[in-house]
Design a protein around this ligand. Structure first.
Ligand SMILES: Nc1ncnc2c1ncn2[C@@H]1O[C@H](COP(=O)(O)OP(=O)(O)OP(=O)(O)O)[C@@H](O)[C@H]1O
Ligand SMILES: [Mg+2]
Length: 308
């Protein structure tokens, strides 16, 4: 079932069109990776979903209920972690979560229960009584996720939760997001394809105000061509590599061939038969083959295929 439906939403800032009849659906129980480069409109979309920004055209629905601009009633179903979360630095995490619980109208018993439960989920139990102003960026993001989950939302929206973090911090946030999928649907934005690949089951890529490609990640990967070889040769110099590129392109079983340095990406009809023939060809030319493999399906490769 659709938890979130975005229906032909358009938004412009002055003369600048940002969203152009954007339509998007997020299924209940999924982890949706909302991909797009800087300025593509991810934050704008999320702010429209939580009623902080008014769409020029189109509608957004949460569980079939329409989102209104302003204090929208649909927000009781949403937990939101903005791109630049702000905290009261003088508070500690415990105080902050209790404060958020009160604002959200929760009763004291629930606040107590959720606070201790969520501090454990985001790994902040030991730092719960330290002032937030001394927290690292990663710790602040983890507290931001806990805050967003206080009222048991059906949908957790996180705007680039990993972008400013080092690999360890990123990994911690991704682990938390994949863990909380048990309790809530997750929509998170990023420009890091590897993060999406790690935890999402569904993706949507925003470009030019629309979703340019998207769907279930395993179906997308299943559609990807599996007849692409990647061959790494020793560096023969640009001249020799360019000559080789032309020779490889002329082989009857080579569909397409690209070169990046001494790495060749080669599309063939059949990796098993043509691959062997190609390898024999390279060895016959007395070339040193440093790597020879079938390219694994990946979101990044698919994206490159789509935008080529
Ligand atoms: N309040 C605003 N007034 C004018 N222009 C805006 C406003 N908010 C966003 N924009 C512009 O709209 C475009 C989309 O911005 P948005 O912040 O939604 O992109 P984004 O995908 O979240 O980018 P990033 O990856 O950098 O966070 C940008 O060109 C931005 O400058
Ligand atoms: Mg943004």
């Amino acid at each position: 079932m659709n938890l979130l439906t975005i229906n032909n939403v358009s938004k412009r800032f002055g003369q600048l069109p940002v969203l152009d009849e954007l339509s998007l659906e997020v299924d209940e129980g999924s982890v949706f990776g909302f991909i797009g480069k800087n300025g593509s409109g991810k934050t704008t979309t999320m702010r429209i979903i939580v009623g902080l920004l008014k769409a020029d055209l189109g509608e957004v629905y949460i569980k079939g209920k329409k989102v209104d601009f302003g204090q929208t009633a649909t927000n009781h179903m949403i937990g939101y972690l903005p791109d630049v979360p702000e905290f009261y630095g003088f508070m500690n995490a415990l105080e902050y979560l209790r404060f958020c619980g009160k604002i959200k109208g929760m009763n004291p018993a629930d606040i107590k229960l959720k606070t201790s439960e969520l501090l454990a989920v985001v790994g902040l139990e030991e730092s719960a009584k330290r002032r937030i102003k001394g927290y690292s960026r990663g710790m602040k993001q983890r507290l931001g996720i806990a805050q967003a989950l206080m009222h048991n939302p059906a949908l957790l929206i996180c705007d680039e939760p990993t972008s400013a973090l080092d690999p360890q911090g990123r990994s911690e946030i991704l682990n938390i997001l994949s863990q909380v999928r048990e309790r809530t649907t997750v929509l998170f934005s990023t420009h890091i394809l590897a993060d999406v690949e790690r935890i999402c089951d569904t993706v949507g890529m925003l470009e030019g105000g629309k979703i340019v490609f998207g769907g279930k990640l395993d179906e997308i990967k299943g559609r990807q061509r599996k007849d692409r070889l990647v061959v790494q040769l020793e560096d023969l110099g640009v001249g020799a590599l360019e000559t080789l590129l032309l020779e490889l392109r002329a082989l009857p079983y080579v569909q397409r061939c690209f070169r990046a340095g001494a790495e060749f990406t080669i599309d063939v009809d059949s990796v098993s038969e043509d691959g062997q023939q190609l390898l024999r060809e390279l060895v016959a030319r007395e070339l040193t083959v440093l790597g020879f493999c079938v390219q694994e399906p990946s979101l990044e490769n698919l994206y490159l295929d789509v935008i080529k």
